[in-house]
Design a protein around this ligand. Structure first.
Ligand SMILES: Cc1cc2nc3c(=O)[nH]c(=O)nc-3n(C[C@H](O)[C@H](O)[C@H](O)COP(=O)(O)OP(=O)(O)OC[C@H]3O[C@@H](n4cnc5c(N)ncnc54)[C@H](O)[C@@H]3O)c2cc1C
Length: 371
């Protein structure tokens, strides 16, 4: 016998949990299925920008969210290899989360609202024609709407011929803070092509990692090991964990059945310049939940996430310009010593989407006016 839900969400990361929370609030009969048991690890630098913070507060309602964050910083520093180019103060602090705790808090919030989470569950088969999911535990679940929130390597991609080469790869290591003392969010360029190394404060540790387009044969770990060694940190003291993330290629959802939607990384929603995916995961999760009570959920959902799609595709164009041979060094030279401009950029393009990647000329003009 199968249990019927109006909406089934596969994946209980930030996208799936936020969707579940928003569905619970709307009184939609739903469940969330995850292959992992929470709390579980998720490779992520955990930077939470201002726009993401607002969504988190919306999801947690009256609850105080301060306890979710392991650190904050109000300074961003850019480096060209070891040379510090600029140390820019930000107008508002950036927050950091440990994903294990953060994702667990979101899942707990969903449960607190009465949500049904099937965790540690493997999906054996999805029958798209019959709207049924068979789980390894023996359960059969049927649905009216199916939402994939199962990350960058979503099982929905198998039907779409969406290859890993359309993704980026990131790898990171946690290092004791005393070995890498920094209070700022540090970005290092020129260690890897078309990507960067970061070091972010995470309480008593720092998260050191790198992200770049996925290409078979690239030794991502070797680059991070080399960076740590150059920074005076014994690379053998750290444990390295890698993961895929979207990289400027929204997944073509129109090719899936009309009652199937993709959210978060599964949809290819992450900023291709910064790698920030939490905002789009939460945003698209909420959008999907809001759409299921409309007459045509998928149409309504795809309309509501158009700004995210645009940010991803515009970001991809901006990224190829930024990293192009002709311009990249020029950008780094321009950033050198320009703390006000870098701060203005971060406040308005990263912390908030006040300017899209198509509006860089306007941003430069407005910055001049603001001086
Ligand atoms: C190295 C790295 C650093 C990053 N740093 C940042 C950062 O600092 N800030 C930021 O905003 N973003 C960052 N991101 C991106 C961010 O981690 C993702 O965009 C975000 O986790 C997307 O959330 P999601 O819910 O879509 O997917 P996920 O967080 O990947 O969650 C997917 C969930 O689905 C489950 N799942 C997977 N397959 C199945 C299956 N077959 N059946 C059932 N369940 C399944 C998984 O167990 C998981 O719980 C980073 C990513 C990487 C790789």
């Amino acid at each position: 016998m199968s249990v019927k839900y109006d909406t089934v969400v596969i994946g209980a990361g930030p996208a799936g949990s936020s969707c579940g929370i928003a569905l619970q609030r709307r009184g939609v009969k739903n469940c969330v299925i995850d292959k992992a048991v929470f709390p579980r690890h998720k490779t992520c630098a955990g930077m939470v920008t201002g726009k993401t913070y607002k969504l988190i507060n919306r999801l947690f309602g009256e609850h105080d969210t301060d306890c979710l964050f392991c650190d904050t910083t109000s300074v961003i520093r850019l480096f060209q290899r070891r040379e510090e180019l600029v140390s820019a103060p930000l107008s508002a602090p950036v927050r950091l989360v440990k994903r294990k705790d953060f994702d667990n808090a979101l899942v707990s919030r969903y449960r607190e609202l009465g949500g049904t989470l099937f965790e540690g569950e493997k999906i054996l088969r999805i029958d798209y024609a019959a709207n049924k999911i068979k789980l390894k535990s023996g359960k059969t679940i049927s649905y009216s709407n199916l939402i994939f929130a199962d990350g960058a390597l979503s099982i929905a991609h198998k039907r779409l011929d969406f290859k890993k080469e359309k993704l980026a790869f990131g790898i990171e290591a946690y290092v004791p803070r005393e070995l890498f003392p920094t209070d700022s969010a540090d970005i290092y360029f020129k260690y890897i092509d078309n990507g960067y190394v970061w070091v972010f404060p995470h309480g008593d540790t720092v998260c050191a990692g790198l992200g770049a387009p996925y290409r078979k044969g690239v030794d991502y770990k070797g680059v991070l090991v080399g960076f740590l060694r150059e920074s005076g940190v014994d690379p053998d003291s750290a444990k390295y964990i890698g993961a895929f993330l979207p990289y400027g290629n929204p997944v073509p959802q129109n090719k899936l059945p009309d009652n199937v939607m993709l959210i978060g990384d599964a949809a290819g929603f992450a900023d291709p310049i910064t790698g920030e995916g939490l905002y789009m995961a939460l945003r698209s999760g909420i959008c999907a939940a809001e759409s299921v009570l409309t007459k045509r959920p998928k149409e309504s959902y795809l309309n509501s996430v158009k700004p995210l799609r645009r940010a991803v595709t515009d970001g991809k164009r901006a990224q190829s310009l930024f990293y192009s041979r002709a311009l990249f060094q020029g950008f780094l030279n321009k950033a050198r010593g320009r703390e006000k401009f870098v701060g203005f950029f971060f406040d308005n393009v990263v912390e908030e989407y006040n300017y899209g990647y198509r509006q860089m000329a306007k941003l430069a003009k407005d910055y001049k006016k603001s001086k």
